[in-house]
Design a protein around this ligand. Structure first.
Ligand SMILES: [Zn+2]
Length: 957
């Protein structure tokens, strides 16, 4: 039974201080069913500290805290000649992340040679078959064993203690044999910040007797739960976005070892059993066939081992393998990857439907036993697995490879900070890239809208990534525009969608990196190599002061310019944004450039030093100018195009129903892109808050619940007084439905006057035209009796009435994507789109369809209009597509044609003026997983520029 000694003493101590009448908590009644024997059996070296001795309980009896795990693995690394330890990163909360190198004493002493052999075998192009054979013979296989990336899936990390101890202390012959063949790299606890939150919740929710009810707080945990890290990222979606220090350190560490086997120990629903690989379809086509074959071998040996114990298990079922951003990214680099999903058990055990109790120790045992079984399989097949690994690597750089004649091109951009982030990811994954000093003519290119370009020119200073590299599958998986999904899978998805609205997709169907980053790119069916050189990465920060400087300018195309502006504003500097392109001292500046004039800041004695420090902190290049007259008809320095910014005083709503992901990802953006002061407001206490302290309020998407009527009314008053309200994801629904709150509305609420929305759409399009409608009668003096109106063809085109639209919407809404990338067109006249390309890829799922017409404006709309002289005016869903245009939508992933029609022309981002303030709505999470850098820029602009550019400023008298 669980020990209540500690809890009792704590309670006694605590109660003594505030009441004299409390009694001790009772001893629990005995329950033999909940007992489970020690999982560490065998003869162990007494010189190694046993887990029980250090922890005070048998391994798996309770959940070890991150501090206990850290201390113990360090003790073991000191005590054992079979192990050494490496700290590979620190979390945001300052906790260390480690991996242990465990093998025979001889291998551990000889680890540098082993590593250098692995280096040679992973780049085998110059090796003869004989050399490969000889190297394989003398090199142990490597296995990366990683646990509990989700902090509340705790049994994996506890099992890692059993595994490490067993490997370093066991005197069993089998263990010795295993360690002669394998170097075991154990990453015991992948998310210590999440685990710390979870173990703290276990302590806080503990009662005197054990609790086996999965509905109870001990099992469910409380908001924001233990799954995520400090900023609420799901670290098991971060393996190629690498936004977090945990992932960055880990990827660097894993990539040095080319593990032939990678284990990732998780937990799933509490009443389930145990799942392990292999996955079912869809399986990403870039995983080598030999890896899929070996996965089956490992599975059959693991299944036989479970059968021996009569433990229930399954493979496949919900487990698909399309998205490459899980820990299984290692498969694309050559590992066999096995996922474990143990049914979640919290600390006390779980009462199952069959009446039995599954103890926590048993769960830990499943993970430990699986780990040993898989390591044994690796040891037994070491040479064959190694041979396949080398063969695959060799094939990836061969001229006959399927990857041989493909290159990816990132077109030049002035957004240096974003491009740097992209290149950092390439460096982290060991992907090689080049640049071209002169333009290149190429044939057979495809752009992100899927248009085939028979011949095109790649401008100088593009980034070029040939696919023909050792890591070809990973390159293809993250850079190719469209992941292939088998026809059979598409059919099954369609059937499931229609039958009961379920899906065969576990995660997104699109994740293309250049699209998520909002970087223009091309796929070229050619191995580009001539005329390329290695890119020299430059330091970007510099401030050049001139003798008669009148202003300092930072180019607005650069994402880092937003952080630069925010940090200057926080330090009391007067800052302006240039609202259109400018040209000063022969330097061209993009729309949205950040301007600090000497005149505005004539009382500041520290101006130059503040600018220099801020430029350094944000990595931007500052240019001093001495000429205020814009060349030709471009803006002059005192004119209306230099808008004064106002310091954002930022608050974000959180807790009670808010999605920890949306909240956390925005929080992360504020801390990593801006680093300025901001407040997090609890929704529970929101009623009593004084909102006058803020001019920006962010409401992230939510999991459940909504704002009270009182909250909505307080926000309404605050916006009218000049506040910038930013609402993301499904939190838009309540406010779009609230009467008189905003003129942005939802698709399903627009059917009554759909024609007005269609005409508003036409008007928006006409405002961008370079020819004048009704030009032919413009010079007439007599009023023309027959002129063109946008609605004139509607009778003939027969748009749907309300009843038909309702039916159409109900039908098409079944088919919304489970995560796909679609093209949007952005309003290049709005300050919200500073640094944003005209065509912006947006990640969409079953998100709200926003509708807007004046006074609200759609800043970003779904669909890109492309010339097609043959196209007639026609209806798509509720809207008309003008003559001479096609509407392009799908960029990557599965978008059913019905969904494409439903999505077309609705808004992703709207802005509505309200009193002296404004309401800005994003249909989806703009900083999804910290990876959608393209849409995140819109959010950064909204937060930092909103108070100055979108609301009426009061002058402090
Ligand atoms: Zn998990």
């Amino acid at each position: 039974m669980i020990s209540i000694k500690q809890l009792t003493s704590w309670l006694l101590l605590a109660s003594a201080s505030f009441t004299a009448t409390s009694t001790e908590v009772m001893k629990p009644t005995p329950l033999a069913q909940a007992e489970y024997p020690n999982i560490l059996t065998g003869t162990y070296n007494s010189a190694i500290t046993s887990p029980e001795k250090f922890l005070g309980f048998e391994v798996g009896q309770k959940t070890a805290t991150p501090e206990q795990i850290n201390t113990l693995v360090n003790i073991w690394a000191k005590e054992s000649e079979r192990a050494s330890i490496i700290e590979y990163a620190r979390t945001y909360e300052g906790r260390p992340l480690h991996y242990l190198i465990i093998s025979s004493k001889e291998h551990v002493a000889n680890i540098d040679t082993i590593k250098s052999n692995i280096d040679k075998l992973s780049t085998p192009d110059d090796l003869s078959n004989k050399q490969v054979k000889a190297l394989i013979k003398e090199t142990p296989a490597t296995a990366w064993m990683a646990y509990s990336i989700h902090g509340n899936e705790s049994s994996g990390a506890d099992s890692s203690l059993a595994l490490i101890y067993h490997l370093i202390a066991s005197e069993d012959e089998n263990v010795n044999a295993l360690l002669n063949n394998v170097v075991v790299l154990v990453d015991p606890m992948m998310n210590p910040d999440g685990r710390a939150r979870f173990t703290k919740q276990l302590q806080q929710n503990r009662s005197a007797s054990a609790n086996f009810d999965t509905q109870s707080l001990l099992h469910s945990g409380v908001w924001p739960f233990g799954r995520t890290n400090h900023y609420h990222f799901d670290l098991n979606r971060d393996f190629y976005y690498a936004v977090n220090p945990e992932s960055r350190g880990r990827i660097k560490a894993i990539n040095q070892w080319y593990p032939l086997l990678m284990i990732d120990g998780h937990e799933m629903g509490a009443l389930d059993t145990f799942l392990f690989g292999p996955p079912r379809e869809p399986i990403n086509e870039h995983i080598a066939p030999s890896i899929n074959q070996w996965s089956k071998v490992f599975a059959s040996e693991q299944a036989a081992a479970f059968d021996k114990k009569s433990w229930p298990y399954y493979t496949g079922e919900w487990f698909e393998n399309l998205y490459p951003g899980y820990s299984n990214y290692s498969e694309y680099k050559g590992s066999i990857h096995i996922l474990y999903e143990q049914a979640r058990t919290a600390e006390d055990g779980v009462r199952l439907e069959n009446g039995q109790i599954r103890s926590y120790k048993k769960s830990v045992h499943h993970q430990f036993y699986s780990s040993m079984t898989n390591l044994t399989t690796l040891s037994n097949h070491r040479e064959k697995i190694f041979t396949d690994f080398v063969k695959n690597r060799k094939n990836h750089v061969a001229k006959s490879s399927i990857y041989a004649n493909k290159s990816f091109v990132v077109l030049p951009t002035k957004n240096q900070s974003r491009l740097n982030k992209f290149l950092d990811l390439m460096d982290l994954q060991g992907i090689e890239y080049y640049t071209n000093k002169t333009e290149l003519k190429v044939r057979n290119a495809t752009n992100q809208l899927g248009q085939k370009l028979n011949s095109t020119t790649i401008p100088a200073a593009s980034i070029i990534i040939p696919n023909r590299q050792y890591d070809a599958p990973l390159i293809a998986a993250i850079l190719e525009f469209d992941a292939k999904i088998k026809e059979q899978v598409i059919l099954e998805e369609r059937q499931k969608t229609l039958r009961d609205g379920s899906s065969v997709m576990y995660d997104a169907t699109a994740w293309n990196l250049t699209m998520l980053y909002g970087l223009d790119a091309l796929e070229v069916d050619q191995h580009l190599q001539s005329g390329l050189s290695k890119l020299a990465r430059e330091e970007t920060s510099s401030t050049i002061a001139l003798e008669n400087t009148i202003a300092y300018i930072v180019d607005g195309a650069n994402d880092a310019s937003v952080g630069y502006a925010a940090r200057l504003l926080e330090q009391g500097v007067q800052v302006r944004a240039l609202d259109r392109k400018g040209l000063f001292n022969e330097v061209e500046f993009s729309r949205g450039s950040i301007v600090v004039t000497v005149h505005d800041n004539k009382n500041s004695t520290q101006l130059l030093s503040i600018i220099e420090t801020t430029a350094k902190d944000t990595g931007v290049q500052v240019r001093a100018i001495s000429q205020g007259l814009g060349e030709e008809d471009l803006p002059d320095i005192g004119g209306e195009h230099f808008k004064l910014l106002k310091r954002p005083q930022i608050a974000m709503l959180t807790q009670t129903g808010i999605s920890p992901y949306d909240y956390g990802h925005i929080w992360h953006m504020l801390d990593t892109e801006l680093g300025v002061r901001h407040s997090h407001l609890s929704q529970e206490l929101f009623n009593s808050m004084d909102l006058r302290s803020y001019n920006v309020l962010i409401i992230p998407g939510r999991w459940y619940g909504e704002l009270s009527a009182g909250n909505v009314s307080a926000i309404d008053t605050w916006v009218k007084a000049g506040g910038t309200l930013i609402v993301t994801g499904n939190s838009t629904v309540q406010l779009a439905k609230t009467k008189d709150f905003t003129s942005t509305t939802l698709l399903a609420d627009s059917f009554e006057n759909m024609q007005d929305y269609n005409i508003a759409l036409y008007k928006e399009w006409l405002a961008k035209q370079t020819s004048v409608s009704n030009q032919d009668v413009l010079a007439n003096h007599v009023v023309a009796d027959s002129i063109w109106y946008p609605w004139q063809n509607l009778d003939e085109l027969k748009p749907m009435n309300k009843e038909q639209l309702t039916r159409w919407d109900a039908w098409t809404s079944q088919f919304m994507p489970s995560g796909a990338l679609v093209g949007t067109r952005t309003d290049q006249k709005s300050w919200l789109t500073y640094g944003v390309n005209e065509i912006l890829p947006v990640l969409i799922d079953n998100s709200p369809q926003l509708m807007s017409k004046r006074p609200a404006s759609a800043i970003v709309r779904y669909g890109v209009l492309i010339d097609n002289p043959k196209a007639k005016e026609r209806l798509i869903g509720w809207s008309t597509i003008p003559e001479g245009k096609d509407l392009y939508l799908r960029m990557s992933g599965l978008v059913w044609p019905e969904a494409a029609q439903r999505i077309s022309n609705s808004a992703y981002l709207t802005r509505d003026r309200k009193g002296n303030g404004q309401v800005i709505m994003f249909a989806n999470s703009p900083n999804f997983r910290g990876a959608t850098k393209g849409t995140a820029r819109l959010l950064l602009n909204a937060i930092v520029y909103g108070p100055g550019l979108g609301s009426n400023q009061a002058i402090n008298l």
